[in-house]
Design a binder for this molecule. Structure first.
Ligand SMILES: Nc1ncnc2c1ncn2[C@@H]1O[C@H](COP(=O)(O)OP(=O)(O)OP(=O)(O)O)[C@@H](O)[C@H]1O
Length: 245
């Protein structure tokens, strides 16, 4: 999985916190127009990798490119083309969804004539002057996603975006992600520890265990080789079973 058209290209990334090597020699390849499911148990290192890719943390060693730009040396240029939702989103609680998006665009020095388009896209167009403080978790998450994509980034990075959402909200999110790819030409990196969620949305799966991305494989290949699907593949890979690449 290498060559042209890679939106994320990470080689040999490691990160220490003190003496502890939390990310070890990680490699990631995200082809343009794909949804990359970043799968791993809690504490495996998904958030840390995503923070490195968005310049929130520096790697201890290795190289990472996003949209062909080195994240260490071209961070600002890269971030203009990336949308992300990594930490719990912070909003102006007393303001409406629309006002929150307008403030965000003003901060980014962009015009705000497409705010309604994005509110409609995430199903918040009816919220009017309702303060964000009254929103459900699902509504907050959808607003955070609208904010992450309103500048039409080429890459969207989402850390556990469906955590805490109910089944209907999860289904809506899934449809939204596919729309971002099909209608807006985005590529998406999405992390989760929920196998079934990524199985339904991802084109490629990268498995991370104990700080190492141990395998990347297309879902089509996983389905062909593992009749029982991603769960079977995941346990095969993480238990150090037979060679399958
Ligand atoms: N700032 C930090 N200082 C020290 N250790 C950290 C720091 N940030 C993360 N870690 C450790 O690095 C490891 C990986 O954490 P990370 O949050 O990247 O995992 P994760 O796969 O995103 O897990 P989760 O799904 O629970 O968020 C964990 O053991 C965590 O305790």
């Amino acid at each position: 999985m290498s060559g042209k058209g890679l939106i994320v290209e990470m080689e040999g990334i490691s990160r220490f916190f003190g003496e502890r090597e939390v990310i070890r020699n990680c490699t990631m390849h995200l082809p343009e127009g794909s949804i990359y499911g970043f799968l791993g148990p809690n504490g495996a290192g998904k958030t840390t990798v995503m923070k490195i890719l968005t310049g929130l943390l520096k790697q201890s060693s290795g190289h990472a490119k996003v949209l062909g730009l080195d994240v260490s040396t071209h961070r600002d240029e890269m971030l203009g083309q990336v949308g992300s939702l990594i930490e719990v989103p912070i909003f102006f609680e007393h303001l409406s969804a629309k006002e929150n998006l307008q403030i965000h665009l003003a901060y980014m020095d962009k015009d705000d004539n497409n705010v309604m388009e994005f509110l409609e896209m995430v199903g918040l167009e009816q919220t009017g002057s309702q303060a964000v403080s009254t929103f459900s978790l699902g509504m907050r998450q959808r607003l955070a996603i609208a904010r992450a994509v309103i500048h039409k980034p080429k890459l969207l990075i989402l850390d556990e975006p469906i955590n805490g959402l109910d089944p209907l909200a999860i289904r809506e999110m899934r449809a939204l992600f596919k729309r971002f790819v099909n209608e807006y030409g985005m590529s998406i990196l999405i992390s989760s520890h929920i196998i079934s969620e990524l199985e339904q949305v991802a084109d490629i799966i990268g498995i991370i265990v104990n700080g190492s991305i141990i395998r990347e494989m297309h879902m089509t290949e996983i389905r062909a080789k593992f009749p029982n699907g991603l769960e079977e593949y995941f346990f095969e890979v993480t238990s150090g079973g037979t060679e399958i690449a």
